[in-house]
Design a protein around this ligand. Structure first.
Ligand code: HEM
Ligand SMILES: CC(C)=CCC/C(C)=C/CC/C(C)=C/COP(=O)(O)OP(=O)(O)O
Length: 302
């Protein structure tokens, strides 16, 4: 645990914007959306109230992850331009409150999930929170550039949990949805890490471009994009999704691969000239929203 207390009592208390910021709402939006899509493409739909409760639980759990991550990383966040204005490093909230908020949300979301849907969904939810906080944030992130490959698995759970909340069991499409996000995470994050490399270097976090350099990271971005595209298109040939999904998935993945190839071809080491990396990062977020949207549309229209 970071040793120093970053609290600046003069700036307390936090307002609702800080509490919201603690949950990383922009990231949470995609986590929740993929969970909702996992629930909506499952073979059996739960009653509306239970479905809504399941998605609420996943949102609260994702918020807990954000709060616990920021509680643990207050010193690191203070060293990076991108994160220095967060409520804890900026001194607008005290660490103890963030810890209580995170633990409370985590416990509440898991128990509510178990009571409202089923205990397999609750166990998977608890495992994702523990995975993100303990395996990714505490263990791997400060130690190895493979942190996001292994630890990023936590972010791949939401559609699987949505599916299990609806059906009580795991099946092939749910596992494929997990695989798509698992393989999507490295290009998503490493594209960003290339143009904020100096932040990670300043904070001493061993992200790939800091440890191995820019060119190897660009190669990894492209290499992970290939199996990601295969996993994303696979539901169509496997008969788990129809042609609407198949055609849209091919187009989305084609664009993704073109942008990843532009990253691979970029020779600049100056963040100001890393347009291909910025484009791929921005597109990666749109891509996942769009891919999951067409999966649901395909299921509901066809
Ligand atoms: C270990 C895995 C991951 C890492 C290290 C990572 C890292 C990041 C970082 C550093 C940002 C920058 C924006 C910020 O400061 O909030 C970001 C943005 C974002 N990430 Fe990830 N991410 C990961 C996985 C995911 C997953 C699984 C999802 C959702 C399925 C996701 C969705 C998003 C979204 C929606 C944004 C916001 C982009 C924006 O602000 O426009 N990320 N990610
Ligand atoms: C089912 C469930 C609850 C899953 C949620 C898992 C989750 C929160 C996934 C998102 C991953 C994420 C925010 C990574 C940010 O990396 P970082 O923490 O290194 O980013 P930072 O540098 O911005 O703090």
């Amino acid at each position: 645990m970071p040793a120093i207390e970053m609290t600046n009592p003069a700036a307390l208390p936090a307002d609702w914007r800080d509490i919201l910021a603690l949950t990383k709402p922009r990231v949470m939006s995609l986590v929740v959306f993929t969970a909702l899509c996992g629930l909506l493409v499952a073979p059996a739909l739960p009653p509306l109230v239970l479905g809504f409760t399941a998605i609420l639980c996943i949102a609260l759990a994702a918020g807990a992850c954000g709060a616990l991550n920021q509680w643990y990383e207050v010193e690191l966040d203070a060293k990076m331009r991108r994160t220095a204005k967060r409520p804890l490093p900026a001194g607008r909230m005290d660490r103890q409150s963030a810890l209580h908020f995170g633990v409370g949300l985590a416990g509440f979301s898991v128990v509510l999930m178990g009571l409202a849907t089923n205990w397999l969904a609750a166990v998977l939810l608890a495992a994702s929170i523990l995975f993100y906080v303990m395996i990714y944030t505490v263990w791997l992130k400060p130690r190895t550039p493979q942190n996001i490959v292994i630890g990023g698995g936590a972010g791949a759970f939401p559609p699987l949990i949505g599916w299990v909340a609806a059906t009580g069991q795991v099946s092939a499409l749910a596992i494929l949805l997990f695989a798509i996000i698992f393989l999507w995470t490295p290009p998503h994050f490493w594209a960003l890490s290339l143009f904020v490399r100096s932040d990670y270097a300043a904070a001493g976090i061993p992200m790939l471009p800091v440890v191995k350099g820019i060119e190897p990271t660009r190669r990894q971005v492209f290499l992970y994009s290939l199996p990601m595209a295969a996993a994303a298109i696979a539901p169509w040939p496997l008969g788990l999704a129809g042609p609407i999904y198949g055609v849209c998935a091919i187009i989305l993945n084609f664009v993704f691969l073109v942008l990843a190839a532009r990253v691979l071809a970029n020779r600049s080491t100056d963040p100001a000239q890393m347009e291909p990396e910025k484009h791929l990062f921005a597109f990666s977020v749109f891509y996942l929203f769009a891919l999951f949207t067409v999966l649901v549309a395909d299921r509901w229209i066809a």
